[in-house]
Write a protein that binds this ligand. Structure first.
Ligand SMILES: [Zn+2]
Length: 289
């Protein structure tokens, strides 16, 4: 546990006709904040061969872009959380990157989560919780590995991905999470450890139960991991919505809520697919705290 001295200075000024009086009151409060560490991992790389998918209009026609695919470990004194799960581990060791049958994406992943966790001396048994921003294939890659952990998932996402229809039409997406049977269904925001340092924020629209992660780190300060609310800086700036989002209006509302919350908390925002943001993060075993 780390003790931080918070200094609250209340300055009250009084004045009247006869006398000018100035009162300065200083209150020193000791605030105890648990030490939370954020580790960033490489969950693979996505070459987007058809960037036009990432806007409702033709802005990105003919363009391509390379995306990072990060996942994160959050260490908290009361337990550990893994946030997102990278690309499928079947890609590890493939001689060539894999291109989807529709040609839209070319993906690769260098290493498995079990190996990657070794760099920080952790094993899969060390995790109390797993949470995915949403259940697309590039965020659920090694999810089933954490079947002993409790899956923190929005009820809307759970119902969407486990429905009979999804099991038929999105079998790969369903299969990627089907071994997660310790489920805690969320209905909105969730303060994971009850001390406001690690908070899941419901931000639907990309998928029915899409969510983002807020962390209040002792030294770095508040930050937000965006999931797929925004894939790129440009989409954040212009509030562009990918064509494959489940609900455009809901996405725009989530973007509005997100920006208001980020402003209120003065939080730094990290876009999980933006390579520059991925590169800003310390490489393991280094971490943010
Ligand atoms: Zn997605």
């Amino acid at each position: 546990m780390k003790k931080i001295l918070g200094l609250l200075v209340v300055v009250a000024l009084f004045s009247c006709k006869e006398t000018k009086k100035e009162t300065v009151e200083t209150v020193v409060k000791e605030v105890t904040k648990p030490e939370v560490k954020l580790y960033t991992f490489d969950g693979g790389t996505i070459m987007v061969n058809n960037l036009e998918l990432f806007s409702q209009d033709t802005t990105y026609h003919g363009k391509t872009k390379e995306f990072a695919d990060a996942f994160y470990v959050i260490k908290h004194p009361d337990g550990n959380l893994i946030w997102d799960a990278g690309l499928p581990e079947g890609l590890v060791g493939m001689p060539e990157p894999f291109t989807s049958p529709d040609g839209n994406f070319t993906v690769s992943r260098k290493d498995s989560v079990v190996n990657q966790l070794k760099s920080i001396g952790m094993t899969i048994g060390d995790f109390k919780y797993i949470a995915l921003s949403h259940t697309h294939f590039d965020h659920s890659g090694h999810a089933n590995t954490f079947k002993e952990a409790t899956w923190l998932v929005q009820e809307a996402e759970y119902d969407f991905i486990t429905s009979e229809e999804a099991q038929k039409t999105h079998a790969d997406l369903y299969n990627a999470i089907k071994e997660l049977t310790n489920v805690k269904k969320l209905k909105g925001d969730f303060d994971v450890f009850g001390d406001s340092t690690v908070v899941i924020k419901s931000m639907p629209g990309h998928t029915p139960g899409h969510q983002v992660l807020y962390l209040d780190l002792a030294e770095h300060g508040p930050l937000l991991l965006t999931g797929d609310l925004y894939h790129t800086y440009e989409n954040r700036e212009h509030k562009r919505v990918p064509v494959f989002n489940t609900d455009v209006a809901q996405t725009l509302k989530s973007m509005e809520d997100f920006e208001a919350f980020a402003k209120e908390k003065n939080a730094k925002v990290y876009l999980q697919h933006q390579k520059e943001d991925f590169n800003k993060m310390p490489k393991t075993p280094e971490f943010l705290n």
